[in-house]
Design a binder for this molecule. Sequence first.
Ligand code: BGC
Length: 247
Amino acid sequence: MTVLGIDIGGSGIKGAPVDVTTGTLTEERYRVETPQPSNVDRVVAAVAEVAKRFGESDRIGITYPGVVLDGVTKTAANVHKSWRDAPAADLLAAAVGCPVTVLNDADAAGVAEMRFGAGRDRRGVVIMLTFGTGIGSAVFVDGRLVPNTELGHLELHGHEAERRASDRAREVHDLSWSDWARRVEAYLRHLEDLFWPDLMIIGGGVSKRSEKFLPHIDIRTRVVPAELQNNAGIVGAALTAAGEVHQ
Ligand code: BGC
């Protein structure tokens, strides 16, 4: 069975076939720019282009950077507003010509990280956070996902956390790594006081530069960088589409 994972992000749409037993990509991933504006029609066409690159697939898992309920995209914090209440799974399945599963991007990354990365074999409460354009979250209880948590939108000191502590905020406000780490630390403290997790995993593009900020973060909970980095969303989406995820 050929299973693709496709990750819809704010700047790029990336996909590759995945070996779901090992969590590895079986071909080099293919990336196209996310159309701007990122309205439904244009993004669906771009996803179809990525899918076509790999020939026929049996199933495709697709991530979306917002809440997804039963294949319908409900929110659109960092993409075009036409995604609110769009029947994404139906539109995408029609465009790619095979069954698809659509899930939140951070949930997908978390699923991959729990299976093959920093959360492997971890029981208890694990919170995976992705720092990128926004802040995404995935919460696991004994390895089982609580879908669609939106912890990046928690309010902290009167601001939405992702406006102050995402990787984009670091760039936009031209923050040093230590200044950004202080904001992340305040955010993680708030989360640990609310959830009392056993482990926090830091994912997203920043995870490969964890030595720049993790040493500045001193909280009660154990915090580790994600291990799958860039491909976590693709792998998690494929695992979910293949029915490999305990739901
Ligand atoms: C969205 C989340 C998403 C995160 C990362 C947030 O703005 O609300 O659903 O997971 O960005 O893309």
